[in-house]
Design a protein around this ligand. Structure first.
Ligand code: NAD
Ligand code: UDP
Length: 329
């Protein structure tokens, strides 16, 4: 069985390719390298450089590879950018999904595991967030991903293409041996930015908002380790291969940490002072996002190994120390 990983040169994609290879899967990757890195792709996987929206290219990949299942990470995912340029997100993310499903239908490929996001829920009515809760995104990024879920739903109804939507909460950390990790440019995520301050690459952290209705006024998020997340994709592929119906699962820890708590945990994990200042709210940020993720545990048998946010940050710090310039030579 060849698993085709779209966006497999990116942060989460490269960790999933690594785990798939370790589990004995034959893996092919499609990535246009807009935010991904060639060196992040496990050497045992075949990399096809090109764009998911390029139908001729995608047809060639499906002709060359004996694809039995697709894992789809290829997307833009920066919330503030999506607020400024929503069409960039609907084009790359949502339109990309249409092309992908057309080609899957043409080549009779019936299974897809999809990177969805907590951002599809928007400002939650209740915490923890359940998979059945309303999905009302507060930013175009979340809207583009919700549209992708709906497009997959109707493609299942019409063509029998089965999907698992994995709604990630906040993903962090790196492979514990430090060989692959997170390298976004520009970086926008909290933990890697904090570690850039710890490494002396930035002067200080700006904390976006301290007037939210949370324990200390800063946003609360639910963090999951990237390797645990990668393993959930393998379980989702098995779930679909066993003939199960389309489904959606939250992937989180069911525990919330405020931005200030993450800063404190990073100070402990790195032993660095990490200067920080308060800054205005960032547009589009929901106050609190915490996942109910018992469904993934019960139905997929997912058993995350990392339950301590300080240990998660320590794996990211290890990657940073081993690769101070990321994937740049
Ligand atoms: P990333 O930017 O590191 O990875 C995305 C990869 O897709 C990159 O390698 C990029 O080059 C590739 N790509 C993008 N558009 C493409 C296209 N049109 N054709 C071919 N390749 C393309 O991002 P990531 O942090 O690894 O996120 C992966 C997925 O997970 C995204 O879909 C994102 O929406 C989702 N997600 C991420 C988080 C998080 O905390 N990082 C949380 C929720 C959901
Ligand atoms: N954040 C922050 N300063 C930064 C980057 C992020 O205060 O430089 C906050 C952000 O406002 C949010 C939390 O950190 O409350 C997590 O943001 P991130 O972009 O990492 O993930 P998101 O929750 O948006 O997916």
């Amino acid at each position: 069985m060849t698993v085709l990983v779209l966006g497999g040169a990116g942060y989460i994609g490269s960790h999933t390719v690594d785990r798939l290879v370790a589990a004995g899967y034959d893996v092919a990757v499609v990535d246009n390298l807009v935010t991904g890195h060639k060196d992040a792709v496990n050497a045992k996987a075949r990399l096809h450089v090109g764009d998911v929206r390029d139908k001729a290219f995608m047809r060639q990949v499906f002709t060359d590879e004996n694809v039995e299942g697709v894992v789809h990470f290829a997307a833009f995912s920066v919330v503030p950018e999506s607020m400024k340029d929503p069409l960039k997100y609907f084009d790359n993310n949502t339109a990309g999904m249409v092309t992908l499903l057309e080609v899957m239908h043409e080549f009779d490929v019936k299974n897809i595991v999809f990177s969805s996001t907590a951002a599809t829920y928007g400002e939650p009515k209740q915490i923890p967030i359940k998979e059945t809760d309303p999905q009302i995104p507060t930013n175009p990024y979340g809207e583009s991903k919700l549209a992708m879920e709906k497009i997959m739903h109707w493609s299942d109804v019409a063509y029998g293409i089965k999907f698992v939507a994995l709604r990630y909460f906040n993903v962090a950390g790196a492979k514990p041996d430090g060989s692959i990790g997170e390298d976004h440019n520009p970086e926008t995520h909290l933990i890697p930015i904090i570690l850039q301050v710890a490494a002396g690459k930035r002067d200080q952290l700006q904390i976006f908002g301290d007037d939210y209705p949370t324990k200390d006024g800063t946003n609360v998020r639910d963090y999951v380790h990237v390797v645990d997340l990668a393993d959930a994709h393998i379980l989702a592929l098995k779930y679909l291969a066993a003939g199960n119906d389309s489904n959606a699962f939250n992937l989180g820890s069911a525990t919330g940490f405020s931005n200030l708590e993450i800063l404190e945990a990073a100070r402990r994990a790195t032993g660095k002072a990490i200067p920080a200042v308060m800054a205005p709210r960032r547009p589009g940020d929901p106050s609190t996002l915490i996942a109910a993720s018992d469904k993934a545990r019960d139905v997929l048998g997912w058993q995350p190994q990392f339950d301590d946010v300080e240990k998660i940050i320590a794996t990211a710090w290890n990657w940073n120390e081993k690769h101070p310039n990321g994937y740049a030579k």
